[in-house]
Design a protein around this ligand. Structure first.
Ligand SMILES: CC(C)(COP(=O)(O)OP(=O)(O)OC[C@H]1O[C@@H](n2cnc3c(N)ncnc32)[C@H](O)[C@@H]1OP(=O)(O)O)[C@@H](O)C(=O)NCCC(=O)NCCS
Length: 223
């Protein structure tokens, strides 16, 4: 109860995570986690993000890894997944120190497996026998069907709609209101752009947009 959570990131996805914890505590009396503060390289220590103090930069995580804290990795930038996953790996956060958040209004079906660090936000649906990998974020009002295999560090923006029997690789983005049809495979780091209708497989690193979704470009590897 009342595990202290440190959010790595800023007021975007980090603010969403903080807000989810507040709502669980204040409206639903679910007291598992409380927000302790943020780690952020761009905002001065002591300043506030969504009312919580910046405790330091990412390098300061070493101090907190030794203490009784849990972490949410909330750094997200569409088309930059390889870089943000490498950044996560450099932090050496053990799985048991990752907070997993499921808003109480979300539906989680039979046999769903959520790996550490997953966030499922308000009013989302996760169908039975779906697996969601480490640190994947499912934002509000998403529908994710049954028997899907979703790898880690993916991001489903608000109102993403995924059918069933999908294979979604590591670090993929299904953007705002995008729809992915059944049995599609999205390769690692691929992106379904906002509002797209994905009818066929998407190659690793490929960004597709439109309805039906077509190739736009490839995600670049960054140093
Ligand atoms: C896919 C995406 C990343 C592409 O962004 P981008 O690389 O900056 O692309 P650009 O804005 O330079 O657009 C390039 C071309 O693709 C088109 N395009 C871009 N995104 C599109 C989309 N989602 N649907 C249809 N066409 C799109 C543009 O109109 C433009 O066409 P043009 O060259 O004929 O003018 C972006 O559109 C997207 O979906 N972002 C996610 C939004 C989101 O989910 N936000 C919430 C995050 S929490």
């Amino acid at each position: 109860m009342n595990k202290k959570v440190i959010i790595i990131g800023g007021d975007g996805n980090g603010g969403v995570a903080a807000s989810c914890i507040e709502d669980m505590r204040n409206k639903y009396d679910i007291l598992d986690y409380e927000v302790y503060g943020f780690l952020n390289d761009y905002i001065e220590k002591g300043k506030l993000i969504n009312g919580y103090p910046v405790l330091g930069g990412l390098k300061d995580i070493t101090t907190y890894l030794e203490g009784d804290y849990y972490f949410i990795y909330a750094i997200h930038s569409i088309t930059h997944a390889p870089l943000r996953i490498r950044l996560f790996e450099s932090l050496n956060i053990p799985d048991e120190k990752l907070a997993t958040l499921v808003h109480p209004t979300a539906f989680i079906g039979h046999g769903v497996q959520l790996e550490p660090g997953v966030m499922i936000m308000a009013n989302s649906y996760i169908g039975p026998e779906t697996t969601i990998g480490k640190c994947t974020f499912v934002m509000a009002n998403c529908s994710i069907g049954h028997n899907n295999t979703i790898d880690g560090f993916c991001h489903f923006s608000v109102s993403a709609c995924c059918s069933s029997v999908l294979t979604i690789g590591k670090g993929c983005d299904v953007a705002l209101n995008a729809t992915v049809m059944e049995k599609v495979t999205m390769g690692d780091y691929s992106v379904a752009g906002a509002g797209s209708l994905v009818l066929k497989d998407v190659a690793p690193y490929e960004v597709v947009v439109g309805s039906p979704a077509k190739h736009l470009k490839f995600v670049k590897e960054e140093k």
